[in-house]
Design a protein. Structure first.
Lengths: 108, 160
């Protein structure tokens, strides 16, 4: 039986794999950080879905645990993206491009 | 059954916006659809039980991180913001988002069954004030963020 948990869990896993595929495909560092955000969204959704087992789980505390982890993941992910974007700006100032292969050529 | 339909609709919307964001040629389009994907995820969190996480998702990713992305795109000159050509896309996406939110606000109370009173049993009184947010408040929040994004994108567009 397809439940909300299964739907959200599979969506989260799909988003994670889409993001990873886009990271390997991307030719722009900003798009790479965006792909990382999609991976993060998928991970958060999967984590949130793992706690959806119905309203009765609120009493058992399962829901609180997973939601706390999602909350933490959101904050940590936002901080990591800020750092990633700062690195992107510095790389652009140094090499004048955001294409990873061009940056690799310029380094040598 | 209706709950599953709602979850499938939200999931399809999230995946569709994420796909456009990931595989679009223009970074500005990617940013706009990433904003929508983050907002939809926040709506999903809110509808399925935790308004705190949903609001945090919307405020952090749809708000702060999107503005950060926009700043970096403009700093690096990668923007190529062609708002004139993409006006239709933005309008359709914003309209679809508003429709989804409207649908959720009409359907969600009977579907999810998580009312504010239930959370009082699990000693979450600290955050209980967040449950005072009504669906219309969330709709206004999302609309304000969306209009801010479109406005800032228009401000920095090369077309006037």
């Amino acid at each position: 039986m397809v439940t909300d948990q299964v739907v959200f869990l599979s969506t989260g896993i799909l988003l994670v794999f889409l993001g990873i595929a886009s990271i390997s495909y991307s030719k722009n560092l900003v798009k790479t950080v965006m792909s990382f955000q999609v991976v993060l969204l998928g991970a958060n959704l999967a984590l949130f879905a793992s706690g959806i087992t119905g309203p009765q789980s609120l009493v058992g505390g399962t829901r609180i645990t997973t939601d706390s982890f999602v909350f933490l993941s959101i904050l940590v992910g936002a901080a990591m993206e800020a750092v990633g974007l700062a690195i992107v700006v510095n790389v652009y100032r140094k090499y004048g491009t955001l294409n990873p292969s061009e940056i690799r050529k310029l380094r040598h | 059954m209706a709950s599953e339909i709602l979850s499938v609709a939200i999931s399809v919307a999230i995946v569709a916006t994420a796909l456009v964001a990931l595989f679009s040629k223009k970074v500005s389009i990617s940013l706009i659809f990433l904003f929508y994907a983050s907002t939809l995820l926040g709506i999903a969190f809110t509808v399925y039980g935790n308004a705190l996480v949903g609001l945090m998702q919307i405020v952090t990713f749809s708000g702060a991180v999107s503005v950060l992305f926009l700043t970096v795109i403009l700093l690096t000159g990668e923007s190529k913001l062609d708002i004139g050509a993409t006006r239709l896309t933005i309008a359709v996406a914003a309209g679809a988002l508003v429709l989804v939110v409207l649908a959720l606000t009409q359907i969600s109370p009977g579907l999810v069954g998580l009312q504010p009173s239930e959370y009082s049993d699990v000693s979450l009184a600290t955050f209980s004030f967040l449950w005072q947010y009504r669906p219309w408040d969330l709709l206004i929040l999302v609309t304000v963020f969306a209009s801010a994004m479109v406005t800032v994108a228009n401000l920095f567009s090369r077309e006037t």
